[in-house]
Design a protein around this ligand. Sequence first.
Ligand SMILES: [Zn+2]
Length: 316
Amino acid sequence: MKRLRDPHHLAGIQIPGDCHRRSRRSGRGVFIRQPTARRPWSAASLRSADSAFTLIELLVVVSIIALLMAMLLPGLKRARWQAQSVRCGASVRQLGVGMNMYQNEYGMFPAHQWILTDGSDTRIRWFNVMASYLGGFKVQSCPSVSHWEVGRNNSYGYNYKYLGSARDNELSPTCPLENFPVQLVRAPSQTIAFGDSDGTGWKKDHVNGVNDVDMYGNHGYTLDPTYIPEYSVQTFSGGDLEPYAWHAYRTYISTRHLGGSNICFADGHVGTLTPQKVYVDNRYWNGCGREDPVRDPHVDYKFQGGEWRFPDIVAK
Ligand SMILES: [Zn+2]
């Protein structure tokens, strides 16, 4: 038995007479037995109502979360890419400081590499030279491809055809083979020195230590210009024709930073360039700041044989 204290709980229950008042004769309260099956607040019905409501609520919450994720994920991805690009730019800038220090000492740009003549076949590459000026600075791969080894299949390439190729020059760095002293760069703020490279390939994933022209990062420590300078076409290495820059062997700037590359220019400042800008002609490569057939006679080979990675960039 349960004493009914609140008459509002009787909603829906037929009670004859004014029985919720105290009896005048007895002065005692009226006791009503509630039929269990009819209680609207029975435990079973409450459990059922709770479960149904929770399920709907859960579905709504899951839907909202899915919607928010779909809206936020692209933004988060983009933020991560931008953070990687900023870190990459800082690393490239550091190497640019090393390049400036080298220029102050030698009056020219570093060669892209030279081989020690001690019989060890040790190769010193441009970034090793620049880092040596920076007291403890360790050359890193671009953070977007941090698994790439620093070395031949590098994530940063050098404008070696114009700033210092030393394929056959055992005397570098004091005698760069393809003579490009600093003072000959007429437009240093518009001339690529080095930056994000994809190497020769774009069909296979990068694998450290593997040489494959179809592979990302293959021979990535160099960057080839849009058109090869005439004086460099017949570059030999150890008596063999230098194959790089020809057809399938050419190296490209990367598109990994939201479609572009972090580039250190010949004056040491860092900016971003896209293939659509740098592969129109040789203006970003030849040091002149513009296409210049007199100072920069080059071979118009962009579409000859092999493949071209950016077919949407129309040949002139
Ligand atoms: Zn990068």
